[in-house]
Write a protein that binds this ligand. Structure first.
Ligand SMILES: Nc1ncnc2c1ncn2[C@@H]1O[C@H](COP(=O)(O)OP(=O)(O)O)[C@@H](O)[C@H]1O
Ligand SMILES: [Mg+2]
Length: 254
């Protein structure tokens, strides 16, 4: 069977359109192995939103740190944040204290659990959260992800959840995602599972992956309705020129 051409437009064009399409309460799932660029994609998506709580899973995630949001080490945020929201001015935070030791992790998890509940009460936030299942476990809501996402939707809270492996994505998270962003992979089991998750034929997903996986930082984006997948490639971030070392890859391209 022929593989449809599903190459999409440029990333910037996509973001322009997506900003209008992505309504409050619509969820997104981002699935890719570590180092494939999940946090990088997340940061560009959060740019489109006005009220953001980006949960920092590590208490010091480097890529997330690039978003430049101030860190919220406790919940609730200061009253001035709500004043700004009342004035419709942007309010964006990295949620969770910066931690240096493993022993501090419970404190991080506690703040994030409070923030998640708080965000639902407040309405209007976009919440970004790594490994939703694990976060829900810590909140004692392991079996309640579907309820969590439904109540978020009805409150206009968009949840962007990030997962490392398709096998870790709870059914509710992909069924309720209005968009799924898949980092490309060559692993056959992964591809089959992804096809199942997004409800597309395996040959189509495999074709997309074969054709484009060699490109850096390509993503397969599958909207829930209609299920019309497209592949987009993120522009390369400007590389840091190593001091006194190799010429950066960018300069050798004309
Ligand atoms: N479009 C891109 N261009 C250049 N580098 C990228 C791009 N996307 C991701 N990277 C780099 O890859 C590394 C891992 O990205 P990250 O977003 O932290 O991945 P993940 O969250 O999946 O672990 C980072 O050093 C990041 O700068
Ligand atoms: Mg990350």
């Amino acid at each position: 069977m022929p593989v449809p051409d599903i190459r999409g437009k440029s990333w910037d064009t996509f973001l322009d359109e997506f900003k209008k399409e992505w309504k409050p309460g619509q969820h997104i799932a981002i699935i890719a192995p570590t180092g494939q660029g999940k946090s990088t994609v997340l940061v560009t998506l959060l740019d489109l939103r006005t009220y953001v709580l980006a949960f920092d899973p590590k208490g010091g995630d480097e890529t997330l740190g690039k978003c430049g949001f101030p860190r919220l080490g406790h919940w609730p945020p200061p009253g001035k944040a709500y004043d700004r929201m009342a004035d419709k001015k942007p309010v964006k935070y990295l949620v969770g204290p910066k931690i240096n030791r493993l022993a501090e992790r419970p404190a991080l998890a506690a703040v994030q659990a409070q923030a998640l509940e708080g965000a639902f009460d407040d309405r209007g936030w976009t919440v970004a959260i790594d490994e939703l299942q694990i976060a829900a476990d810590k909140m004692g809501q392991a079996d309640a992800i579907d309820n969590l996402l439904i109540s978020a939707r009805t409150r206009g809270v968009s949840v962007v959840s990030l997962f490392q492996r398709p096998a870790d994505v709870p059914r509710a998270a992909y069924q309720m995602a209005s968009w799924i962003f898949l980092g490309l992979t060559l692993d056959v089991d992964t591809i089959n599972r992804l096809a199942e998750i997004v409800g597309r034929p395996k040959y189509e997903i495999r074709g997309a992956v074969n054709g484009l996986a060699k490109q850096d930082y390509s993503w397969l984006i599958v909207p829930n309705n209609p299920r019309r997948p497209m592949v987009l490639t993120l522009p390369r971030e400007p590389e840091k020129v190593p001091t006194g070392g190799n010429v950066s890859r960018g300069t050798s391209r004309v």
